[in-house]
Design a protein around this ligand. Structure first.
Ligand code: GLV
Ligand code: MN
Ligand code: MN
Length: 417
C-alpha cells in the first residue's frame, strides 16, 4: 500500500495556488479568505474521491474513510503565517488525504476509521491550536477572551467562517473514540538536512509562551522635545527587544525568544511614539526553564519601561507546555522507516504542532521530513518531493502498525502490512 506520489504532487501544487505569493510561498492567515478557499478545496477534493466529509463546530475540516471502531486521525493545517511557505501544514493535510486514498484504492479493511483533518488556526494568527485543542477538549474560555491576534480579529474570523464562539467547545471528541493521531510535517529546522537523514522521528514538542506587551509613554513633537524630556514608548520596546536577545543567548542556551511584531503609535516620522505594542514569545523543551525565562524576560521588559518613564502592561496570550509524543508510536515510525530502507533519526520539535494538543488525549506521533537549509515560516521554504513521498509512505506504514489492536502494554505494535 503506497501513496501515489505523482497524484499527491498534483494536489499539493493545486493547493499551493490558493493564496500564492509572488515570492513562491502562500499567504493564508487563519480564517481569512485564502485559508477558507484552501479548506473548501480540501473538502471538494475528498468528496470527489468518494470520501465522506465533515466540518465540526470548531471548523476542523475532515475527510473520512469510515469503518466500525475507533478513529485514527491523520492531519495538520492549511492556514499559514503571513507570507509563509507552501509546505508548513499543507504537506501533512495532503499526505493524510492521500493515505486515505491509498487505503481506499487497496480495498483493505482496517479495524479503524481513518480521518484526515485540517485543523483550524494552528499557526496562532488568532488563538493558536484552536481546532486541535477544541477537538482534544483542552480549549478554555480564557484563551478565547485574550487571543494572540486580538479579540476583534478573532471574532471577525469566526463570523467569516460561520463559526460561533460558544459552540467551539462542542467539537470535543470522546478520547475513547480515538485510536491515535499521526502528523507528517516538514522539520522546519536544519537537523535532518545537515545529517543527510531522510526521516525524523519526533520525540516531543517544545513548550511556548506568548505575551502581548504594551508600553505607554507620551506622544510628543520629534523636533522640539529634548532627548532628556521624552517618554518614548518605541525606544522602551526596542531596548527590551535587544535585552531579551542578550538574556537568552547569555543565560538560557537551548531556548529561543522572539519579538516578532512591534507596532508604534501614532506611527509617524515626526512624532515621538506615545505607545508601542510588542508580541513576545519564547520556547523551551523544559517547563522549569520556561518559568525562569518568563521571569527574566518580564523583569527586563519592566526595566526597559521604567528606565524611560514608560508604563508597561503585560497580557498572557498563549501557554503551551512541552509535550512528549507517544513512545510506542515513535517505535512504529522508526520500524516503518527501517522496513522502507529509509534513514531516520530521533529529534524533538522546536516548532509547535497540532500533535501537541492531541497528545493529551490519544497516542500521538509525528514524522518529519527534511527542510532545505532548515528554512520555514518564509516563502523560500522547501522540501524535496521525494522526501515528502517518503514521509507519506512511512506515515501510511506506521498507521497500519497503529491501526491493529494494541498489545496489552498499550504500546503500538510494530507489525506492518
Ligand atoms: C507554528 O508553526 C509555530 O511553531 O509557531
Ligand atoms: Mn505547521
Ligand atoms: Mn507554522
Amino acid at each position: 500500500m503506497r501513496v501515489d506520489g505523482e497524484r499527491m504532487l498534483e494536489d499539493f501544487d493545486a493547493l499551493a495556488e490558493i493564496g500564492a505569493t509572488a515570492a513562491g510561498g502562500v499567504d493564508r492567515p487563519s480564517l481569512g479568505d485564502a485559508h477558507l478557499a484552501a479548506r473548501r478545496w480540501f473538502l471538494d477534493r475528498a468528496a470527489a474521491a468518494g470520501l465522506a466529509t465533515r466540518i465540526d463546530a470548531a471548523g476542523n475540516h475532515s475527510a473520512i474513510l469510515p469503518a466500525d471502531g475507533q478513529t485514527l486521525l491523520l492531519g495538520s493545517h492549511l492556514d499559514s503565517v503571513p507570507n509563509g511557505g507552501r509546505y508548513d501544514g499543507a504537506l501533512g493535510v495532503v499526505a493524510a488525504l492521500h493515505v486515505l486514498l491509498a487505503v481506499q484504492a487497496s480495498g483493505a479493511e482496517l479495524p479503524v476509521a481513518l480521518e484526515a483533518v485540517d485543523f483550524t488556526d494552528e499557526e496562532g494568527t488568532l488563538v493558536g491550536l484552536l481546532g486541535s485543542e477544541a477537538l482534544a477538549g483542552t480549549l478554555t474560555a480564557e484563551r478565547l477572551h485574550a487571543p494572540r491576534g486580538g479579540r476583534d480579529a478573532f471574532l471577525a474570523g469566526l463570523a467569516r467562517s460561520g463559526l460561533a464562539e460558544e459552540s467551539l467547545f462542542s467539537a470535543r471528541r470522546d478520547p475513547a473514540t480515538l485510536r491515535g493521531y499521526l502528523e507528517l510535517h516538514i522539520e522546519q529546522g536544519p537537523v535532518l538536512a545537515r545529517a543527510g537523514v531522510q526521516i525524523g522521528v519526533v520525540t516531543g514538542i517544545a513548550g511556548a509562551r506568548s505575551f502581548a506587551l504594551r508600553f505607554d509613554g507620551s506622544a510628543a513633537h520629534a523636533g522640539t522635545t529634548p532627548m532628556d524630556a521624552r517618554r518614548d514608548a518605541g525606544l522602551a520596546a526596542a531596548s527590551f527587544a535587544v535585552a531579551a536577545n542578550e538574556i537568552v543567548v547569555r543565560e538560557f542556551p537551548g531556548c529561543v525568544a522572539t519579538i516578532g511584531d512591534i507596532r508604534l503609535q501614532p506611527g509617524a516620522y515626526n512624532v515621538v511614539p506615545g505607545a508601542a505594542s510588542a508580541g513576545l514569545e519564547f520556547r523551551s523543551t523544559d517547563a522549569d526553564e520556561l518559568d525562569a525565562l518568563e521571569s527574566a524576560l518580564l523583569a527586563a521588559a519592566r526595566a526597559a519601561a521604567g528606565g524611560r518613564g514608560v508604563e508597561l502592561e503585560v497580557e498572557p496570550v498563549g501557554h503551551w507546555e512541552p509535550t512528549p509524543l507517544d513512545a510506542g508510536v515513535c517505535d512504529a515510525i522508526a520500524a516503518a522507516a527501517a522496513e522502507l530502507g529509509l534513514s531516520s533519526l530521533w529529534l524533538h520539535s522546536g516548532a509547535g504542532h497540532d500533535a501537541q494538543a492531541l497528545a493529551g488525549v490519544t497516542r500521538a506521533g509525528m514524522v518529519f521530513v527534511p527542510s532545505v537549509a532548515g528554512l520555514s515560516h518564509a516563502p523560500g521554504e522547501s522540501t524535496a518531493w521525494e522526501d515528502c513521498v517518503n514521509g507519506s509512505a512511512k506515515a501510511s506504514r506506521s498507521l497500519a502498525a497503529c491501526a491493529i489492536p494494541a498489545p496489552p502494554s498499550g504500546r503500538c505494535a510494530p507489525a506492518l502490512v
